[in-house]
Design a protein around this ligand. Structure first.
Ligand code: NAD
Ligand code: ZN
Length: 341
């Protein structure tokens, strides 16, 4: 089958012919129809330090997809060939304390699809049946292909009560943009989002942000004044992975404010811990999606009017992947969908 493979330990990706995955008794084989590109895939493409120490070579990459069940293992129940599916890309062990307590997102033995095991940028992908997610009729193919990152946005945004609260989102990448729509949907009051990229800030505005700020020129303090905010932001969603953005967030939080950290910071960074201590801030780290509570919540929000479709800015054919990766690098895109049919 055709697959997008990290074939050599150097920058780049290669469209290659590899064997179709085997289906063991608890697995589901999925015919991939659409995939979406994530920042993680770009790290693998660029072959940065993290990718070099993490990604086995050669291996097919990718973890955001939508497809159709082609075959199920002998022990699989509840899923049949032809079902429309997406999948949870974190494969958990099932026997550690957190897994057994139903907190699978905290499994210490998590394996990532397209990171630690062969991914979905291919004509077929296999997944444990537990990880497949049946897509309801109400959800279209394109949105089904981005449920993974929408799940990151959902998990982060719903970590704290947003009703009537003033929310700061740092980073208007695809996940920050979708978190904006979610915060709006669940009833936040002021919703301020920052980035250094005007193309993406415009998408965030379209998704319902009260103020979009390019931190290269705009000031958060001025925006707070304009919005008549007196004490600071109640909730912060850090979605840039930028140390400066986190420091700025800590500075403008209200006493007792709550922060969810999704953005992956570049190793060790310094912050003023006294901002955390004297303000009594609560900080929560976010990894992946809750299995499967986050999936349930995002589907019900989509079914009750949440519209994240503007975040999908481009559709391309899988064979045009080089162009797609260059576009993502340029910052002039939201989510890019690749068609595998
Ligand atoms: P992305 O890289 O597309 O978006 C990050 C955005 O932050 C970019 O638009 C960038 O311009 C912006 N930015 C850079 N400097 C900034 C600054 N000083 N202030 C404000 N914004 C700034 O990534 P994404 O796909 O939207 O994901 C968001 C973050 O979440 C990334 O760091 C990603 O690695 C991380 N992530 C974490 C998990 C997890 O499980 N914890 C899962 C998926 C993604
Ligand atoms: Zn586990």
């Amino acid at each position: 089958m055709k697959a997008l493979v990290k074939k050599k330990p150097q920058p780049g990706l290669w469209m290659d012919d590899i064997p179709q995955p085997e289906v063991s008794h608890n697995d589901v084989l999925i015919r991939v129809l659409k995939t979406s590109i994530c920042g993680t895939d770009l790290h693998i493409y660029n072959w940065d330090e993290w990718a070099q120490k993490t990604i086995p070579v050669p291996m097919a990459i990718g973890h955001e997809f939508y497809g159709e069940v082609a075959e199920v293992g002998s022990e699989v129940t509840g899923i049949k060939p032809g079902d429309r599916v997406s999948g949870e890309g974190h494969i958990t062990c099932g026997y550690c304390r957190n897994c057994r307590a139903g907190r699978r997102h905290l499994c210490r033995n998590t394996q990532g699809l397209g990171v630690n095991r062969p991914g979905c940028f291919a004509e077929y992908v296999n997944l444990p049946a537990f990880n497949t997610f049946k897509v309801p009729e109400s959800i279209g193919d394109d949105i089904a292909a981005i449920l993974d990152p929408l799940g990151n946005a959902t998990h982060t945004a719903l970590s704290f009560d947003l009703v009537g609260e003033d929310v700061l989102i740092t980073g208007a990448g695809p996940i920050g943009i979708m978190a904006t729509a979610i915060a709006r949907h669940v009833g936040a009051r002021n919703l301020v989002i920052t980035d250094v990229n005007d193309y993406r800030l415009n998408l965030a505005r379209e998704m319902g942000a009260t103020r979009v700020l390019n931190v290269e020129g705009d000031s958060v303090d001025q925006a707070m004044k304009d919005l008549r905010m007196k004490e600071g932001f109640d909730v912060g969603l850090e979605m840039s992975g930028n140390a400066g953005a986190l420091r700025e967030m800590l500075r403008v939080m209200v006493n007792g404010g709550r922060i969810a950290l999704l953005g992956i910071l570049p190793g060790e960074i310094s912050i003023d811990w006294n901002e955390v201590i004297f303000k009594g801030l609560i900080i929560k780290g976010i990894h992946g999606r809750e299995m499967f509570e986050t999936w349930y919540k995002m589907v019900t929000m989509l079914e009750s009017g949440l519209d994240v479709s503007p975040v999908i800015t481009h559709h391309m054919l899988a064979e045009d992947f080089l162009e797609a990766f260059e576009l993502l690098k340029s910052g002039k895109s939201g989510k890019i969908i690749l068609d595998w049919t």
